[in-house]
Design a protein around this ligand. Structure first.
Ligand SMILES: Cc1ncc(COP(=O)(O)O)c(C=O)c1O
Length: 394
């Protein structure tokens, strides 16, 4: 029979990281050795105390369905964590717990955006923003993120993009793919614009704990913003829990109610024992210490990789202030980003992502993740250098 795929499927994009990872795995199965700089996943193990908490919860019977938005005590602990982090008084009824934070993004768009509305997204930016905005038949509007501005999107440029059709603004700081971070003054200027134009803001702060310079300023925490902001966060990055699939959103109750309905209609709930593990992640000093240790390691890796990349003729790499990515400018090498990423994988065994897989604004860049050992990062940089025909300085 002919299988007719629904039209909406053609509007979904992808996350190139997963595709490049699959290609790299094929090469590895053929006996090639690949340095993985494509995946946005901490290489650290989840801290032991968090694993123990999940095992205890499982043995204690947390193996059943939970309320759709999450177990009440876990939502309370999450609300207390959000209050500590942002200074905004938050209650369990503002919290929705989902299997991964991507669901918060999808549910926000499904609940609040109509076909034909405009949604402003960072470009380059996390590719799922554009994909899901297209999926709900809204129009993504690119807000440039430029290396010349230290990868801080400019509020003045944002002002020029707002129209009568703009419904939502997506902000991500620290940012994937550039590692850029908004300053307090940027955040305040963005908040003012959102208030002036009555926009809903989705503030993706999943990298909020992975900061190496400066302070993370939450848009959600700016005066008057909690009533119009969905704070998107999750356990994947800071606590090295990508595979646990645990995200959460903090939002006005009217929106949380819609997300609860969407959870009932989709996943039912996040895994019960994983939810209890989140309480351990938020509340135990041991978990905080584990995050602090990861941040120290990430900073050291960042510094080593940035120095090595800047030693390669034709590459200019800005030192990012947060997350665990660098986004070097490779345009002076004469290579196109897609061709270079392809050649590096197939000829040198270095898996990297082309900048344009994060939007047209990523042209002339590669995205490399430094969630890898210093040895692997240096081998990767060496291979890139020898491919481009020069030795890494130092
Ligand atoms: C900016 C950003 N937001 C959200 C996510 C999704 O994370 P998860 O669904 O694991 O919570 C990612 C993952 O790479 C990300 O980079």
């Amino acid at each position: 029979m002919t299988i007719h795929i629904a039209d909406r499927m053609s509007r979904l994009g992808t996350e190139t990281a997963f595709e490049v990872l699959a290609q790299a795995r094929v090469l590895e199965a053929q006996g090639h050795e690949v340095i993985h700089l494509e995946i946005g996943e901490p290489d650290f193990a989840t801290p032991d105390n968090i694993i123990d908490a999940a095992i205890r919860a499982m043995r204690g019977g947390a193996t059943h369905y939970t309320p759709a938005s999450g177990i009440l005590e876990v939502r309370e602990a999450t609300a207390a964590y959000v209050t500590r982090e942002t200074g905004v008084p938050t209650a369990a009824q503002n919290i929705v717990i989902t299997p991964g934070s991507k669901n918060i993004l999808l549910f926000a768009l499904l609940s609040l955006v109509n076909p034909g509305d405009e949604v402003i997204i960072p470009d380059p930016g996390y590719p799922i923003y554009r994909s899901l905005v297209d999926f709900v038949e809204a129009t993504p509007v690119s807000w440039p993120v430029r290396q010349a501005n230290g990868f801080r999107p400019d509020p003045e440029e944002l002002r020029a993009l707002i129209t009568a059709r703009t419904r939502m603004l997506i902000v991500n700081s620290p940012q994937n793919p550039t590692g850029g971070m908004l300053l307090r003054e940027d955040t305040e200027a963005i908040a003012l614009l959102a208030q002036e134009h009555d926009l809903i803001v989705l503030s993706d702060e999943i990298y909020r704990r992975l900061v190496y310079e400066g302070e993370h300023v939450s848009l959600f925490g700016i005066d008057g913003m909690a009533e119009r902001t969905i704070l998107m966060d999750g356990l994947s990055k800071a606590w090295a829990m990508c595979g646990w699939r645990l995200g959460f959103g903090t939002m006005p109750v009217e929106i949380a109610r819609r997300m609860d309905t969407l959870m009932i209609n989709s996943s039912s709930c996040a895994a019960a024992f994983a939810q209890w593990a989140a309480v351990e992640a938020f509340d135990s000093p041991e978990s905080d210490q584990a995050v602090d240790r990861m941040v120290i390691d990430f900073r050291e890796r960042r510094d080593a990789l940035v120095a090595a990349l800047n030693g390669i003729p034709g590459i200019t790499c800005h030192s990012p202030h947060g997350a665990f990515y660098v986004f070097p400018d490779i345009s002076a090498t004469g290579w196109n980003d897609r061709e270079l990423a392809h050649a590096l994988l197939h000829e040198m065994g270095v898996a990297a992502l082309p900048g344009t897989s994060f939007g047209p604004g990523g042209e002339g860049h590669l995205r490399l993740s430094y969630a890898n050992s210093i040895d692997n990062l240096m081998t990767g940089a060496d291979r890139i250098a020898s491919f481009l025909g020069a030795a890494v300085a130092g």
